[in-house]
Design a protein around this ligand. Structure first.
Ligand code: ADP
Ligand code: MG
Length: 676
């Protein structure tokens, strides 16, 4: 074949092609150089030898040493993928996505081909996939279809120190299958040094330590407690920017709202700094940040500018951002807390643990000496912070996990091999709820309803709502509602300069005081009628991105309905049928109006309020059922629908008795009377 430059017959296409190829090649080479600089690289062969010799290995190494991105590649290079896939679990969806993207670049393949990720409602893998990053929750679900994980040759439970509920359950399950699958390699990797606990649990598995490179970090405390940590964090960022040598800043905040507020204030205040001060690039990162924007935090900071990353806990150990020299740690995170007595769960802004504070500080000393500014006093640190974060299994609702374990045929939950057992009270509460939802029978065995519910990757109350829709012939409507609820609170937006317009647009969907669930259904159906128009979303102050996500989720729920053989039927005109389906799942979340305008939950009485964003906030129906509780200044119910009290007895006769729903009549009677 003639060479490219042969005479007149210059084949430009081929030339461009080879040019593209060489560009890609040099990019790959550059990435390979970077890979070789990671702290883990000198230990590559030793690590592979250890994996070869032991079935279970505990791996410990500082954040940023290369555990997550490199180990699966080393194993692939060593041939492990010939026998099956390599799974690497992450507690956070963003981490799974971002790391998979990075590794696919390093391997020079398209994301979703050889390297992919799997997170709830989003499967970015294919037949070609050999390295699969996934949330710990998704691997847990894979046990349902493949109890011995036969498609995998290696399972790496990464970020084990996070001790999420799913990771803790995975520990028990993978430990169990490793006994009858001697060919399965198990890696437990963690960023903290308390690896002995993991080793003990996995029958004294050897510990492989990757020595980190760590530079000294100067720790600064405030002299007095800060009244407003968000403001203090913003002021500190600006002070660093104006007075300190180059280096990026990482600020730990508790959630999306806080990050958005901080972003806005920072943008506003940097505008006032004048042109003499270098540019400050503001990069937010949190779980629901749209994928396109997530990559921004990894882009190198332009010469002369400075980057400030506003992150949730995700940047504590899950994501490594190069170039951070300053860390601002207000000392808080959002944490789930659960009251097993009432069965109520809420997200609370809570002080972090000493271990977390240490991890956060460490993020500034990865590439050179760093500085950490703690927005709390040294006294607070030593006296008020717990040593370690309590594992999630000990502070959460277990209904979901219990349903899953029951579907896996694990009945004796009290004797499940937990690394740290959950409180017995919480286990009983979960069994009680599943029984009330008819997922379990009196003997604690899975029922047909329960088996169907377990197919849905949703909270049991949501799954029950869906399964119950068969009876009320409104499954189409209910999965739309479930999908909209699963998207979270990002459907409507409210621009500062157009709040009145936005509120009016929103109220349109609430005509007739239909309640928040039906309003969500109306939003979905109206959008569908416009053939999923983006313009329509703009006109109605609705986030098109959230709607597309809802449509995706809905499609998947429709597929699952088919799997459990529930027909797709719609009954939009029968609003009561839809409300009864909702009540069938959410009856434990019912509340009754009090004289002073607050509400009282029916079981385990507690005072709650309608969230101001609800369409029923001004209506105050006598009886409501709510989707969730959020605690801000008060305990608020979010996403509310009105119900008729006799539905409670009709739908959940084993849970509610007439006396629970009789309007204050029983109170006037002498004790004992009026009970069934
Ligand atoms: P560990 O798991 O030990 O904390 P990682 O394997 O996550 O370490 O990170 C190794 C390196 O890869 C870090 O320098 C990090 O900056 C880089 N890296 C990881 N993910 C990405 C990404 N999405 N984009 C760019 N760089 C990344
Ligand atoms: Mg990692």
């Amino acid at each position: 074949k003639a060479s490219v430059m042969d005479g007149d017959n210059v084949d430009y296409e081929e030339m461009e092609d080879s040019l593209e190829k060489s560009k890609a090649k040099s990019a790959l080479e550059a990435l390979l150089e970077e890979r070789k600089k990671l702290p883990i690289y000198p230990y590559r062969d030793e690590l592979l030898k250890a994996v070869d010799e032991h079935q279970v290995l505990v791996i410990v190494g500082e954040t940023g040493s290369g555990k997550t991105t490199q180990i699966p590649q080393y194993l692939h290079e060593a041939g492990y993928t010939k026998r099956g896939m390599i799974a690497c679990t992450q507690p956070r969806r963003v981490a799974a996505m971002s790391v998979a993207a990075r590794v696919s670049q390093e391997m020079g393949v398209k994301l979703g081909h050889e390297v992919g990720y799997s997170i709830r409602f989003e499967d970015c893998t294919s037949e070609k996939t050999i390295v699969k990053y996934m949330t710990d929750g998704m691997l847990l679900r894979e046990f349902l279809g493949e109890p011995d994980l036969a498609s995998y040759s290696v399972v790496m439970v990464d970020e084990a120190h996070e001790r999420t509920l799913s990771t803790d359950i995975l520990f028990g399950l993978v430990k169990d299958i490793s006994r009858f699958r001697p060919d399965l390699k198990l890696l437990i990797s963690s960023a903290t040094l308390d690896a002995e606990k993991f080793s003990d649990y996995f029958d004294s598995a050897p510990i492989f330590k990757i020595p980190g490179r760590r530079y000294p970090v100067e720790i600064n405390f405030t002299k007095a407690p800060e009244a407003d940590y968000l403001d203090a964090a913003i002021v500190t960022s600006l002070q660093i920017h104006v007075t300190q040598p180059p280096g990026d800043i990482l600020v730990f905040l508790t959630g999306q709202e806080e990050i958005e507020t901080a972003e806005e204030i920072l943008k506003h205040r940097t505008r006032g700094l004048g042109t003499k001060i270098a540019e400050l690039m503001i990069c937010p990162i949190y779980a629901n940040l749209p994928t396109e924007l997530q990559a921004k935090i990894f882009e190198p900071t332009p010469e002369g500018a400075r980057k400030v990353v506003l992150a949730t806990n995700i940047a504590e150990t899950s994501l490594t951002i190069d170039g951070i020299k300053y860390v601002i740690d207000p000392g808080f995170c959002k944490m789930k807390s659960y009251n097993p007595r009432t069965g109520m769960e809420s997200l609370l802004i809570t002080p972090i643990s000493k271990a977390s504070a240490m991890q956060r500080a460490g993020r500034s000393g990865r590439t050179g000496p760093g500085k950490c500014f703690r927005l709390y006093t040294a006294y607070n640190f030593h006296n008020d912070l717990d040593d370690n974060t309590v594992p999630e299994i000990q502070r959460t609702n277990l209904a979901n996990v219990v349903l899953m374990l029951k579907s896996l045929g694990i009945h004796d939950l009290l004797h499940f091999d937990f690394m740290d057992p959950p409180p017995a009270e919480a286990l009983l509460k979960a069994l009680e709820l599943l029984f009330a939802l008819s997922a379990l029978n009196k003997l604690g065995e899975l029922t047909k309803v329960g088996r169907r519910m377990a197919e849905f990757p949703l909270d049991p109350m949501l799954s029950k709502m869906i399964v119950a829709s068969e009876k009320y012939t409104c499954s189409e409507d209910i999965i739309s509602i479930a999908a909209m609820l699963s998207v979270g609170n990002s459907i409507f937006y409210r621009p500062k300069d157009k709040q009145v317009h936005a509120d009016n647009a929103r109220l349109n969907f609430h005509t007739g005081n239909v309640g928040d669930h039906i309003a969500l259904l109306k939003v979905y159906n109206s959008w569908k009628e416009t053939n999923y128009s983006t313009q329509w979303c703009y006109e109605n102050y609705i986030q098109v991105r959230s709607m597309k996500r809802a449509r995706d989720i809905r499609d998947q729920l429709a597929g699952l309905l088919e799997r459990v053989e529930i027909e797709l039927t719609s009954n939009s005109s029968d609003v009561d049928g839809i409300k009864k389906s909702i009540t069938s799942g959410f009856f434990p979340h019912s509340a009754r109006l009090q004289k002073n305008g607050s509400y009282r939950t029916v079981k385990h009485p507690q005072t709650v309020h309608i969230h101001p964003s609800s369409g029923l906030a001004q209506v105050l129906p006598r009886w409501v059922v709510y989707h969730e509780l959020v605690l801000t200044t008060k305990e608020y119910m979010r996403q509310i629908t009105e119900l008729k009290p006799d539905w409670l007895v009709e739908i959940a006769p084993h849970y509610y008795q007439l006396k629970d729903v009789e309007d204050s009549v029983s109170k006037k009677m002498p004790r004992g009377e009026g009970r069934a």
